[in-house]
Design a protein around this ligand. Sequence first.
Ligand SMILES: CC(=O)N[C@H](C=O)[C@@H](O)[C@H](O)[C@H](O)COP(=O)(O)O
Length: 234
Amino acid sequence: MTAHRQRDVLAEVEGQLVVSCQAYPGEPMRAPAIMAAVALAVVQGGARAVRAQGIEDLRAMRPLIDVPLIGLVKRGSDGVFITPTVQDAVDCVAAGADMVALDGTLRDRPDGRPLRESIEAIHRAGALVMADCGGLRDAEYSVAAGADCVGTTLAGYTGERPVTLGPDLELLEQLVSSVDIPVIAEGRVRNPEDAAACLAAGAHAVVVGTAITHPTRITKAFVERLRATTADRV
Ligand SMILES: CC(=O)N[C@H](C=O)[C@@H](O)[C@H](O)[C@H](O)COP(=O)(O)O
């Protein structure tokens, strides 16, 4: 047990910014020491929790930051890939996660076990559960399975919802009015205005990843915008 175990993560993040610090396979920043430095940097900027992927990254971050750590393990990019198995979920807690983010969709899980089993295992290990959902039915399923909060993380990625340019505010509002546990906004939050709109729509907290911690994609957005300007000139 670390000092961080069983802290009231949901109270700590209420109305606040959570930053997702992830580098993807093959990317230059995909190294635990680098992602731990990114986590420290966002905490210095005021992030009230860090969401992170991978057991090694969680282990590297844990001693450096004293805000809650929301852990997950990604396996591939098809079907259920966010903390897909009971073992992955338990491993996240052992690596220092105060809350575990997992796929909260109705889809079959690769270990053949129901969502409820992962949630119960996480609770037994002393952490909370954020269920990443793609739509309203997923959120209702996750609530029934015992999740502590739901996220709009998978909106636009499961076929249930369109891919919105910014956050899926329509889904967010639907979830806020339909489920009786906190709803976390996550996915395509592009700027501070988007984040504020999420809170105004009733989000308990807002998770931002790419717009803060993914320099390649941020750079591309600038480059594309400049390219459009240059094209206008000729
Ligand atoms: C769909 C999926 O795999 N989402 C992942 C979940 O952990 C991350 O790749 C996202 O970066 C994260 O959800 C934050 O979203 P955004 O980067 O759009 O701010």
